[in-house]
Design a protein around this ligand. Sequence first.
Ligand SMILES: [Ca+2]
Ligand SMILES: [Ca+2]
Ligand SMILES: [Ca+2]
Length: 120
Amino acid sequence: MKRSLFAAFAILAIGGTAHAGDMWKTADTDADGRITRAEYDASVTAGWTKKDANADGQLSASEAMAKAGDAKWKAADADGNGSLSQTEYMAMKSGWFAKADANKDGSLSKAEGDLAMASK
Ligand SMILES: [Ca+2]
Ligand SMILES: [Ca+2]
Ligand SMILES: [Ca+2]
């Protein structure tokens, strides 16, 4: 009885933290608490593949769950065709990493990541 109660709580706890922290853990593949550029790129590429629901190599605004008129979206859409190619998407994410990496050591500490996520 006690054991099943504990299991229920454990499931609740896991469900409740499926936010930014999870993304961080997924990206930090060697679990050293920092996200290197290589780890980041790998996670962005994986995210791209997952988001491109119809696998046409273009991310539409609805696939990205972005608003079509969104300024950030427009800025990322370099050729202005209304969707993001993987190159355009990577360039946008790469810019975010560069901005988040406050001390320019090529990797993000959790503090840098949290700060950048809070101010995006
Ligand atoms: Ca790492
Ligand atoms: Ca697509
Ligand atoms: Ca485009």
